[in-house]
Ligand binder design. Structure first.
Ligand code: SF4
Length: 232
């Protein structure tokens, strides 16, 4: 099975290239292409032929599929339902402010925390999302804006407040943050990323050690309406 490009942070990608005796400069070209320019076609520019063949044979550049989109006529909020490769579905929300957006990302299919007020919690945890499925929500939402609200494709804030307890899927969420923060790619400021948690203690301990610059919010509710926070 091919490795998803979007599961690799910049250091991972450099290491992969090094391990396969390929020029490490391709890492910066690819991050620029897929994260800064947000292209979803294969990058052929400034990549050596040997690297191109390696990527074609070993790396998957596909993103989660948008299943449905709901646009609010009242406040222009956009809710996406993404269909994952195993047919589970997760939600992502774009929240507008002055022609810019915050994005609310899901981190798990279902949730193990079982908060009494939350429909997702009642379903139990189905599985963690991969880093590529988290980063993919952002990239696909950005691409949707570029197509449907051209000129407004500015997602300035990221909040992990969708389905799931992000600190319960720490490794994947941490790597997604590293990708969002990378100056080779989206280069989002650390203060623009917020992890919303129900207070999962082992994850809190890791957050304070491993990604302390990322904001933390103690959440007693979710931005996603309970009646539509279903696991399909
Ligand atoms: S509110 Fe958040 S942490 Fe609590 S059960 Fe729902 S998704 Fe999980």
């Amino acid at each position: 099975m091919k490795q998803s490009f979007y599961d690799l942070n910049y250091a991972d990608l450099e290491m992969l290239l090094q391990q396969n005796t390929l020029n490490h400069s391709a890492a910066s070209v690819l991050f620029n292409w897929h994260y800064k320019k947000k292209e979803n076609t294969p990058c052929t520019d400034k990549i050596a032929k040997g690297s191109l063949v390696f990527f074609q044979d070993n790396i998957d550049f596909s993103l989660p599929e948008i299943d449905t989109v709901q646009e609010s006529t009242k406040d222009r909020t956009v809710k996406f339902l993404f269909k994952l490769k195993d047919h589970y579905k997760v939600e992502t929300v774009l929240i507008p402010f002055h022609n810019k957006y915050s994005i609310c990302l899901s981190s798990q299919v279902g949730c193990a925390m079982n908060c009494s007020f939350c429909f997702t919690g009642k379903q139990g945890l189905k599985r963690n999302l991969t880093t590529s499925e988290i980063v993919g929500q952002f990239l696909q939402a950005w691409r949707w804006l570029a197509t449907n609200r051209s000129g407004e494709e500015r997602i300035l804030n990221i909040v992990f407040m969708g389905q799931g307890e992000p600190l319960h899927n720490f490794d994947a969420v941490k790597k997604a943050c590293e990708i969002f923060l990378s100056q080779h790619g989206t280069s989002i400021g650390v203060q623009k990323i917020t992890i919303s948690t129900a207070g999962y203690i082992p994850g809190l301990a890791r957050w304070s050690q491993e990604i302390p610059g990322v904001n933390l919010a103690l959440s007693l509710h979710s931005i996603v309406d309970p009646e539509i926070r279903t696991i399909v």
